[in-house]
Every structure is written in C-alpha cells, then in structure tokens.
Design a protein around this ligand. Structure first.
Ligand code: ADP
Ligand code: ZN
Ligand code: ZN
Length: 817
C-alpha cells in the first residue's frame, strides 16, 4: 500500500502525518503536491505531501487522502529540505514552518471564510459547481467553506474553491488585522514624462519659438534624461530636479512635445520596459566585482564590506546581470519593506518585468499568484523582498544577496519559527547549489568574524562613489554644555547652527533619536514613582499628542495621573526626550521649515513610511525626525546634516550586543549625510564623549572597533565565540513559572552542565499576565546541534509531563537577538 506523509500548516503539527494514498490517486500523486486530508473528526485541511513510502504506520488508524488540489506540485524538493532544516535548527514544528512559508490562499481549511470578489466578471469560465458557489455568495457575500460545501451538496468543495481563487472569483478572508492593511494599501499611481519621439526638431523649435520658459524646460528635460540615460522619468522627480513650476510642464504636455502617462506603481505584475543598462562601474567597484566572482569559485559566501554610498547596489546589479545571463535566478533580500520601495524603482529600470517584489504588504491573492508564477516555466528571474521571500519556490537559484546583512529585523521574533533570514538564506543557497553575497557598511560581528577566519571571503569598498567624503563627525559634550547652561534646547547650539545653515542652503536634515532608550516617561518628583503597566511590568510611555500613557508591550492605554498614588504628590514630570518632543522643538526653532516625525507611532495608520520617504525625497519635508528606522540604508540625496541625540542611550542596554548596535547605528545614520560635491556633517550629542567607542566612530574605524569588541566577546564567551539558545517558560502563576523553569534547568544541567545559565527573571518579567523565566544556553561552536536538541527535548518532556505545570508555555529562540 502507498502512504503519503503530509505536512499540515498548523502550529501543533510536530511532524508530517501519514495518510493512505487511494489506489486511483497512486499514479498521479507526487511529493510537494497539495492535497486535502481529513483531520480531527470532521475537519478538512489542505497540506503538502512531503514523502511517499510503503511503511505501514502503527499505533493509530490511518485515514485516506481525501482529494488532490492540483496535479502539479506546489512545493519543490529544495523547499521541503529547507523546511526540514529550519524545523530542526530553529526548534519549530514542521507545521509552524509550513504555515510561515505558504501564502494563506494556499492554506485553506474547512473553517476558512471565503467571499466574492466584487470586480469578478468572468462567469462563463466557471464550472457548474463553481457557478453555484458564486451564486450562493451573491446572497451572503461571505461564508465558511464547510457550509458552502453542504449547501451546494458536494463532498469535497475545497478543490472548487481553489479553482475559484485562481480564476479571481473569490478570495479568502484573512484576519481582521490583515484586512486593515489591505484597505490602507491604496493603489498609488505615478505620472511619467518622456519626450514625444514623433516630434522632430524643427517642429519643436517652431512651437517653442516665443516661449522662453517652455524652451528652457524642454532643454532641461532633455538633458536630465540624457544624464540619467533613460527615456522616461517620473514627473515629480523632473520638477524637483529642474525646479520648474508645474504649469510649464503642463503646457509642454498640452503641445504634445512631452508625453505624460500614468503608471500604477504598486501593481507588481505590470510589464515595465527596461529603461537603462547598468551603469559602468568605476575602478573600485570593478575590482570588487571581480573579487566577488573570484571568491565564488572557492567559497560559498562572500561578505562585501562597503562604506555607505560606495556603490554596493551597482555592484549587485552587475552581478545579477551575469547570473541572469547564465540562466540563474537571484533572490535579493532587504531587511525592511521601506527599502523595497526605493530599490524597486532602481532595479526595475534595469531589469524591467524580470523583477518580482514580495513582502507582507502585498495582498494575499497576489502573493499566491507570485508563488504560482515562480512554479511556471517563466518564473521571475529576480525576487526582491523581505525575509519571507526566501520561502518562494525558486527553480534555478544562482545567487542570494543579503543587503544590510547586519540588520536585526532579519531575525523573526514571533511567532515561531524564529529564524534568521540571513543564516537561513545561506543554508538555502547551499542546498540549491547557489552562492550568497552579504553586503553592509557595518557588518554584523558574526559575519565579519567568519570573513576574518576564512569561512567567508571578504571584499572591501572603502571609498564613497565619486569620492564624496565621508561626513565630518562632531561630538558634542552635552553633560558639559548643561553644566555651563548652554543647552537651551534638546538640540545643542552647534546642531542648531548646522541645521540653520543647511536650511539656508536649501538642504535637508535628519535628527535621529533612539527610542529604545528611555522614551518619555513620567516620574513623581517627590518620591520617584513611575507609572507601570498592570499586566506587563514595564514603565509606560507618555504620548503627548493623545495625552495618554501607553504600554509598548501590550498596547494598553492609561490616563495620565494627576496625583502620585504612593506619596500623593502632584508634581509629575516628563522624563526623557522622545521623538515627539524633538518634533515640537524643531517646529519652534525652525518655524519656516517643515519637520516630520517618522516612527512606529506616526507611521502606523494613515501615513505609511513610504509617504514620509517620498515627501522627504520631494523636499516637502526638510527636517525628518526618527528612530532607528532611519538608519536602515535609505538613500537621500539632499541631506547635509545628521544629528544623533542621546547617543549614550544607544549603549546602555543590558545586552552584550549594545555596543555593536550603537556603533552600527551611528555609522549608518552618519551615512545619510553628505551629497555630491559637498561634505556632510554629523553632530553626535553624548553626555560622555570620552567613551572610546566615539573615537572609532569619528575615524570610521570599523575594523579597530571590531578588534576591541572581540576581546570582550571572547572573555565572556559570547557569539561569535559561542552560540546562544534561549528557552522561555511562561505561566499565569509566578510560582509555577519559577518551579518549572528550575526543574528544566536542573535537567539540562545534568547533560549540558555549565553551558546552562539561569533560569533568570528577564528585565520584563511579566507580559500580558504571563510570568516569564528564561534559561540561556551558551554553546561552544564544536558541540553537536543534534545532541543539544535531544537533551532539550528530553528536559521539555519532563516538565510537560508534570501535571503541576499544566498549561506551561515553553518556547525556543535559537541565536536570539
Ligand atoms: P551603497 O549601496 O553602497 O550605499 P549605492 O549603490 O546606492 O551605494 O550608490 C550611491 C549612489 O551612487 C547612487 O545614487 C548610485 O546611483 C550612484 N552610483 C553608484 N555607482 C555608480 C556608477 N558606477 N555609475 C553611476 N552612478 C553610480
Ligand atoms: Zn510620589
Ligand atoms: Zn502592558
């Protein structure tokens, strides 16, 4: 008898489940196919066949596969092996990995709710049953799949639903949160200008004879297009660069000398014409490109360490071009959706519709469509995306680029699998026989260490493109300025002066205020009491705009107290200087400039990050204030001043990586300063600038700082000299959390001895009414991962088997950060 192991995209599915393959299915079913299987008493789910075999399972009643969804596999062999690796390495269930990997359209179950697409009009393509379903939905607009099946009177309705989804007739209702995302994701259009190719020179001369302004604009547009080596350019960009009023542009369009058309920038499958060839590389870039190619002959992974604006992206573009010419595919990973926005335009102009973009803000039916296209004979040749795009089915992967590889947002925190996209990408590339290129101006110490020890190759770009100087870095001793009573504002006098000059020159400024430090908190002046969240044991943050207190862990809002509950004092002060306060100050200091604040609070809801980025690029905003988000590799042309406030707070965290992070952030934010022909300025405000880290920042000395830090990492056996694995236990009763974690730690110590630290009470020891304990494992590089996981598994069984610890939640975080 033939059996199939099927992976269900459900978190509790620890392993694939075995089903009988009915005889009539035997000759068509294959690994990677999507099938519908019964699970539990009545429910049907779609799952993925991971293995076919003849080993009769024992110990439970084996059910039959209900039906096939399609006759072609939707998951490749390489994907299945990657899932397996992730499940093992990150200690996640295979169901969790599958759930993270598949777009929700491919994860139907009988409880899923479907609804009719209002815009669908292809009725003639429907089968009789499909037409019946559509008819039903016209009355009730949405319904559970299970109910539809019953009403229509077919036993297996899932395959029909699948077919309707791909015909665009119905879609799956996702969670309310995701629905909101879609609603805010309006289709954005953009006006594009090009010269009318039909117009000859004489006609133009004639038409423009007496119109000086129009003549000048026409000449300017031609020269900008020539300079950019492109045929067309967004209207906004032209107006900005030329500095012309938009009615003149309209006049030229009206005369048909310029052509204007609208494109939809958010649609992902529009066919886009290639606009330019890759730029010629300068000597440094050329040398780097050669070195990377040379390195790939021997090594699996190469690290490109290039200062900000050294032209790394152009080097990638050349490399991508070569891979495509050899028939390979490229995955280009970036840490943030905001970065895909800037890069999409740049890559599209060179690679046109060969490029696909994949991230969580793309709606789900589109994601399913991209997935299907990747399986088709003509897949996207390049995928640009955030971490989830490594789950796509590549068939001939040649290269993975991990840009800004040091970014911590590559690590998924919740839910499981808590994977690191960079590390997973390296494994994925290896399994597919492809190479990995990591790029950063401030590599993670792990990657740089690997490059120093020869595991990876290292290629360096140490000059900015066009030799623009790295910015001048000025340290402001805020402690001293305060003592001398010279700090009249949050911004030091010198920063204020720099910004004033920049604005006078028509340039822009960025002010960086780290939020992870102490954002605005309230404190009772007489007794020092600060309001805390009742469920989470963290100080609440004061939000001036709404005049309320908020918990940043559970989002609970509280009223601002007028009286201290401890001493009944009525003087309650605001501590710290969050971005809101900075915004208020800049508005006062520079009333003629527009300042805007971009952080997770302001960018949620109506204004997305993109909006801020576009407005800043278009010079509608002159001063941009933000949190670490601003340090993430965005590229702005007109910024000449960057201010970093409270730099100390970057460093004061109970985390062994805080200096590495602080250093990366300072160097990265500085990288936003400076423009063609002009050196930028960075003002760093610190209360103790004698701290050695600032010397390395001033000298842009990454290597020196790395060596200094490696000494400490080695002493304390921190990564890269060890691997960390964190085990978190949570329970509603603190006594249970404590006892269970003690028992687990004791059990682990029997085999892993002094590698086990804790259990400890984390800084935030209670979140959403769950008490938390953490056990940390420090593992030397040589130790077998299999052995470690086996011992953890045994200890886990022991704790879970104890009825006193009922309802304990245990989760794992491998390589936590
Ligand atoms: P990085 O990725 O290292 O920060 P970029 O690739 O974004 O640097 O390059 C910085 C700027 O220089 C960009 O505006 C880019 O278009 C330009 N640039 C880089 N290399 C070239 C080149 N070879 N020819 C023309 N322009 C280039
Ligand atoms: Zn008090
Ligand atoms: Zn809370």
């Amino acid at each position: 008898m033939l059996f199939a192991d099927v992976i269900l995209p459900l978190p509790f599915a620890q392993t694939a489940l075995t089903y009988i393959v009915p005889d009539e299915m035997g000759h068509v079913v294959s690994e990677g196919m999507q099938v519908i299987v019964p699970f539990g008493k009545y429910k049907l789910y779609t799952g993925i066949v991971s293995r076919l075999h003849h080993e009769t399972p024992t110990g439970f009643e084996v059910k039959e596969i209900h039906s096939l969804v399609d006759l072609k596999p939707i998951v490749t062999k390489n994907q299945l092996s990657l899932w397996e690796w992730m499940s093992f390495y990150y200690m996640a269930s295979i169901g969790e990995v599958c759930n993270a990997a598949l777009p929700s359209m491919l994860k139907l179950e009988s409880e899923t709710i479907v609804s009719l697409n209002k815009t669908f009009s292809g009725d003639e393509s429907l089968s009789p049953i499909e037409a019946k379903i559509v008819g039903l939905l016209q009355y009730s607009s949405s319904a559970k799949i299970e109910k539809l099946g019953k009403t229509v009177g077919v036993k297996s309705v899932l395959p029909h639903i699948h077919s309707l989804i791909f015909k665009g007739a119905v879609s799956v209702n996702e969670t309310i949160r995701q629905k909101l995302v879609h609603r805010t994701e309006k289709i954005r259009t953009e006006r594009i200008i090009r010269l009318n190719p039909e117009m000859d020179k004489d006609t133009i001369d004639l038409l423009l004879k007496k119109h000086k302004k129009q003549r000048k604009l026409y000449d300017d547009v031609s020269s900008v297009l020539t300079k950019k080596n492109t045929e067309s350019c967004p209207r906004k960009e032209l107006i900005r660069e030329i500095g012309v009023q938009s009615y003149v542009m309209d006049e030229l369009v009206a005369k048909n000398i310029l052509e204007q058309f609208t494109t939809d920038v958010s649609r992902i499958d529009k066919t886009v014409e290639v606009q330019r060839k890759p730029y010629d590389l300068n000597d440094c870039q050329q040398a780097a490109l050669l070195a990377i190619k040379q390195s790939f002959k021997q090594k699996q992974v190469c690290l490109l360490h290039g200062v900000t604006s050294s032209g790394k992206t152009e080097v990638y573009i050349h490399l991508i071009e070569e891979i495509l010419q050899n028939g390979g595919q490229v995955l280009y990973l970036v840490p943030e959706i905001a970065l895909t926005t800037q890069l999409t335009h740049r890559l599209r102009s060179v690679f046109g519709s060969k490029l696909g973009v994949y991230h969580s803000k793309i709606n789900d039916s589109k994601r399913a469509e991209i997935w299907q296209k990747m399986l088709s004979p003509e897949p996207y040749e390049i995928i640009l995306g955030v971490r989830s795009s490594l789950f796509l089915p590549f068939s001939k992967l040649g290269l993975v680029i991990v840009d800004e590889e040091h970014e911590t947002s590559y690590k998924q925190q919740d839910p499981s699998p808590r994977y690191h996209a960079r590390d997973t990408a390296i494994v994925m590339a290896q399994q597919a026989g492809a190479k990995t290129l990591l790029g950063s101006a401030t590599p993670s110490f792990e990657s740089y260490y690997n490059a120093q020890t020869g595991k990876y190759d290292l290629v360096t770009l140490s000059k900015r493109f066009e030799e623009i100087d790295l910015p001048e870095i000025r340290l402001e001793n805020v402690g001293e300025l305060r003592r001398k009573r010279k700090m009249k504002s949050i911004l030091s006098p010198s920063l204020i002066e720099q910004i004033r000059q920049a604005l006078a020159n028509g340039e822009q400024a960025i002010i960086f205020r780290n939020r992870r430090g102490f954002a605005s908190m309230l404190e009772c002046k007489s007794c020092g009491w600060t309001p805390k969240c009742k469920r989470c044991d963290v100080s609440l943050t004061y939000h001036k705009f709404r005049n309320e207190l908020k918990c940043h862990y559970c989002n609970a809002a509280y009223k601002v107290p007028t009286e201290c509950p401890v001493c009944h004092g009525t003087q309650i002060d605001i501590l710290g200087q969050g971005t809101e306060q900075v915004e208020e100050e800049t508005a006062n200091l520079f009333p003629d400039a527009v300042s805007a604040r971009m952080d997770t609070d302001s960018a949620r809801g109506k204004r997305s990050y993109e909006k801020y980025i576009f407005d800043f690029e278009a010079n509608k905003i002159q001063i941009l204030i933000g949190t670490q988000m601003l340090a993430k590799g965005l590229d702005f042309e007109n910024v000449s001043v960057v201010g970093i406030l409270s730099a100390d707070s970057l460093l004061n965290h109970p985390d062994f990586r805080s200096y590495e992070r602080g250093f990366q952030m300072m160097l990265q934010t500085s990288g936003r300063a400076g423009r063609k022909n002009k050196r930028g300025t960075v003002v760093i405000q610190a209360s103790d600038p004698s701290e050695p880290i600032y010397r390395f920042v001033e000298n842009n000395d990454y290597h020196g700082f790395f060596l200094l830090q490696m000494g400490e990492r080695k002493n304390f056996r921190y990564p890269p000299f060890s691997r960390l694995l964190s085990i978190v236990l949570r329970h509603r009763k603190e006594t249970v959390a404590e006892a269970a974690s003690q028992q687990m730690a004791d059990a682990l110590r029997q085999t892993l001895s002094n590698r086990v630290l804790g259990p400890a009470k984390p800084a935030v020891s209670c979140k959403q009414s769950y008490y938390i304990r953490e056990i940390l494992l420090k593992l030397e590089p040589g130790i077998s991962p299999q052995l470690v996981r086996k011992n953890i598994f045994l200890a886990e069984q022991l704790v879970r088997g104890n009825i006193q610890y009922k309802n304990i939640v245990i989760s794992f975080n491998v390589d936590p950060m």
